[in-house]
Design a protein. Structure first.
Length: 306
C-alpha cells in the first residue's frame, strides 16, 4: 500500500501521471463525479488549517465520496492522551484513506506504520508538506508550461517553512532548476537541506537577504509567511514578521512573465495591491490544490476512470 509522507515517495514519472490526471480532472470534472462513490476520507487535523483540510474534503466530495474527521486536537481524544498510533488503528476501520496534519515532525509516518489505509501527510511540523508541493508543481507546470529550466526565488521563512522544504526536494529532480534563497540570516534554509539536498545534487543556488537583489532574475517567486507558531519567543517573531513585503514597486523590478506563488495564508508579506497584478497566481494556486488532491486520492486508492 502506498502513502504520501514525503514528495520523494513519488517518482518523477508518478508525479507526471498525477499532474496529467489533475489537468484532465480540471477539463472534465463530470467524468470523475462518481469515481469515489461509497468511499470515505478521514481528515485528522491536530493543527490549524483552512485550505489543506477543506481542499482535501472538497476533493473527496467532488469524487462522490464522503468525509469525516476533526479540525483541532482539542476536539479529539488526543486531549485525553490518546496516541497517534492508537487513533489511526480506529480510523482505519472508519475510512478508506486519511489526511493527517500534526505539529510533530514524523507523526504521519508513525501513523502509516499502524494504518491499514493510505496516509497523506498534510503537513508535519516544520518538516514536509507534500500535497502543497503537488499543488505547487501543478501550478508551475500549468501556468509556466514546464518544471525544468527555471530560476525560482524562495522568500521568507526558509527555516521553519515546510512548504519550501518539500518543494526543494521535488524540484531538484528536474533539469536546470536554480534557486535563489531569500531570507533574513535567522531564517535561512536549514543546513541539512542545503548540504544534503542542494550541494549533494550539485544544484546551483545563491542566498540573498534583500528581495530587491533577486527580483530581476526570477521566473518564479515563491513567497512564504513567517511561521509564528514555530518560534520560541514572541519577540523574535515580531522582529521578523514584516521583514519582506512584496508590493507593486517591487513587482516593477521583476520580469514581465515572472509568476508569484504563495501557499497561503498570507499575512503581511504580499501587499493586497499585488493581487491585481496578472502575475499574482496564488489564489489560482489554491484552486489547483483541489484538482491535484482529487488526482492523489484516486491514485492512492488505485481507482482508474476511463
Ligand atoms: C502552509 C502550511 O500549513 O505549511 N499552508 C498551507 O497548507 N497552504 C503554509 C503556512 O501555513 O504558512
Amino acid at each position: 500500500m502506498k502513502h504520501l509522507l514525503n514528495p520523494l515517495d513519488l517518482s518523477v514519472e508518478e508525479i507526471d501521471e498525477i499532474l496529467d490526471l489533475a489537468n484532465d480532472i480540471e477539463a472534465n470534472p463530470e467524468k470523475y463525479a462518481h469515481a469515489c462513490d461509497g468511499k470515505k476520507l478521514a481528515t485528522l487535523f491536530y493543527e490549524p488549517s483552512t485550505r489543506t483540510r477543506l481542499s482535501h474534503e472538497a476533493a473527496m466530495m467532488n469524487l462522490g465520496g464522503n468525509v469525516l474527521g476533526f479540525s483541532s486536537a482539542d476536539s479529539s481524544s488526543a486531549t485525553k492522551g490518546e496516541s497517534v498510533s492508537d487513533t489511526i488503528r480506529m480510523i482505519s476501520c472508519y475510512a478508506d484513506i486519511c489526511a493527517m496534519r500534526h505539529p510533530k515532525e514524523g507523526a504521519p509516518m508513525v501513523a502509516s506504520q499502524y494504518s491499514s489505509i493510505p496516509i497523506i501527510n498534510a503537513g508535519d511540523g516544520g518538516h514536509q508538506h507534500p500535497t502543497q508541493t503537488l499543488t505547487d508543481l501543478l501550478t508551475i507546470r500549468s501556468e509556466k508550461g514546464r518544471l525544468h529550466d527555471i530560476t525560482i526565488g524562495l522568500c521568507g521563512d526558509l527555516k521553519f517553512g515546510r512548504t519550501v522544504h518539500s518543494l526543494i526536494h521535488a524540484l531538484v529532480r528536474y533539469e536546470n532548476v536554480k534557486f535563489v534563497l531569500i531570507s533574513p540570516e535567522e531564517l535561512r534554509l536549514p543546513s541539512y537541506i542545503r548540504k544534503d539536498v542542494l550541494d549533494k545534487h550539485n544544484i546551483p543556488y545563491e542566498e540573498v537577504v534583500r528581495l530587491e537583489d533577486a527580483m530581476g532574475k526570477l521566473d518564479l517567486l515563491y513567497m512564504t509567511r513567517v511561521q509564528k507558531e514555530r518560534f520560541f519567543n514572541e519577540e523574535d517573531y515580531v522582529r521578523m514578521k514584516d521583514f519582506y513585503i512584496l508590493d507593486a514597486a517591487k513587482m516593477e523590478l521583476a520580469k514581465e512573465d515572472m509568476l508569484v506563488l504563495h501557499p497561503l495564508p498570507r499575512v503581511n508579506e504580499i501587499s493586497v495591491e499585488v493581487d491585481r497584478d496578472p502575475r499574482a497566481i496564488y489564489f489560482k494556486q489554491a484552486q489547483y490544490g483541489v484538482y491535484v488532491r482529487m488526482a492523489l486520492i484516486l491514485t492512492l486508492l488505485e481507482i482508474k476512470v476511463s
